[in-house]
Design a protein around this ligand. Structure first.
Ligand SMILES: Nc1ncnc2c1ncn2[C@@H]1O[C@H](COP(=O)(O)OP(=O)(O)O)[C@@H](O)[C@H]1O
Ligand SMILES: [Mg+2]
Length: 265
């Protein structure tokens, strides 16, 4: 269902809740040690929202994302997804990580088609979807290339296309641009915003980069470490359609400062 979207793309209160973390705790137990990775996490993610989570290393960002992906058990509390208790991984949630995790023996187009082939879609439909996403990520000339022939940014574009091709309702992205040079990172951020503005998946995007969180998110969740907690969630009142010039604008710098003060203040 479409959410109600205002001037800034911020959803009204009546918008649907897609995901909710309710009193979620995560304790990792090793032999003699235990680490409280997450404590009392209450978090609502709305349908079609682009939500960024920012915080220092070790504050539990990856743990949060992996639990939502069904890859990590919850110690206590619950995660509700589409009004149902989350049980494990599912095709409704696509994941993109920092390490490109492409199949090295498959070409760009084969990598993107991988999940579609598993789901036994008709060949013609697979080709249409693959063509479309190769175009979205601008790699038409590289469709027959192997991952080893691509730059880091190109590989990460393929990883994003591979996730999107399966049309997941939710995209879980864990520092996907963390290893890229600044210019490629900027271009990837722009691409991600463009994809989101058109396709409107619900996105949980993890980063430790304040500027990235401010540029991408409709809201930014700020976490702190030891134990991992949510410090504050802030709405980002920036235009719905964003371009890289925005990063120089005073209102953008204000958002960055606000996040920085929550982290360091
Ligand atoms: N499998 C694990 N076993 C034990 N401790 C872990 C494990 N995974 C993460 N941790 C600990 O949990 C805390 C949160 O980790 P993580 O979610 O990776 O944080 P972030 O992604 O914000 O850097 C850290 O203290 C980390 O050392
Ligand atoms: Mg992490």
């Amino acid at each position: 269902m479409a959410a109600i979207t205002g001037e800034f793309g911020l959803e009204a209160k009546m918008a649907n809740s897609k995901i909710s973390f309710e009193g979620v705790n995560k304790i990792y137990r090793a032999k003699k040690k235990q680490v409280v990775a997450l404590q009392d996490i209450d978090l609502e993610i709305l349908d079609n929202e682009f939500l960024c989570v920012v915080g220092p290393s070790g504050c539990g960002k990856s743990t949060l994302l992996r639990m939502l992906g069904g890859l990590e058990e919850i110690s206590s509390g619950s995660i509700v997804l589409n009004d149902q208790s989350l049980v494990g991984p599912g095709a409704d949630r696509g994941m993109v990580f920092q390490g490109y995790s492409l199949f090295p023996w498959l070409t760009v187009e084969e990598n993107i088609a991988f999940g579609l082939k598993l789901s036994k879609k008709p060949k013609k439909e697979i080709k249409e979807i693959v063509d479309r996403y190769i175009q979205v990520i601008g790699l038409e000339k590289f469709r027959k290339s192997l991952p080893k022939e691509l730059s880091g940014g190109m590989k990460q574009r393929v990883a994003i296309a591979r996730s999107l091709a399966n049309s997941p309702e939710i995209l879980l992205m864990d520092e996907p641009f963390g290893a890229l040079d600044p210019e490629t990172k900027n271009n990837m951020q722009l691409l991600m915003r463009e994809i989101w503005e058109v396709e409107r998946p619900t996105i949980l995007f993890i980063t430790h980069d304040i500027e990235e969180a401010a540029f991408l998110g409709q809201r930014v969740v700020v976490m702190s470490a030891g134990p991992g907690e949510i410090k504050k969630t802030i709405p980002v009142y920036l235009p719905y359609q964003r371009n890289l010039q925005l990063k120089e604008a005073p209102e953008f710098i204000t958002v960055k400062k606000e996040i920085d003060q929550i982290i360091h203040g």
